[in-house]
Design a protein around this ligand. Structure first.
Ligand SMILES: [Zn+2]
Length: 92
């Protein structure tokens, strides 16, 4: 399904969802019933999967309302390798 935009001279813009390629140059306005002309706009593409969309929304939200922190994040424990070959490496 694709979202097509139409403009009614009296009521303004509205969107209609229909299968790709079935849009016509005019569509009846849902409020007044007069013929509305099709608007050609930028493609309305989905933003991808849910994780990407959530990260994008979080970045937008934090731009306007940054989170206030009271302390630095906790230090991570040092990474210890379990590979026995790493134990034979020279130490600084
Ligand atoms: Zn209208």
């Amino acid at each position: 399904m694709v979202t097509y935009s139409y403009r009614c001279r009296q009521c303004g813009d509205f969107d209609v969802r229909m299968p790709m390629g079935e849009a016509t140059g005019a569509w009846a306005c849902p409020w007044c019933g007069t013929s509305a002309v099709r608007r050609f706009t930028a493609p309305q593409v989905r933003r991808g999967d849910v994780a990407v969309r959530r990260a994008y929304e979080y970045a937008e939200r934090s731009a306007d309302e940054p989170e206030v922190v009271s302390a630095p994040p906790p230090a991570r424990p040092p990474r210890v390798s379990r590979d026995p070959r790493h134990a034979r490496l020279p130490r600084p």
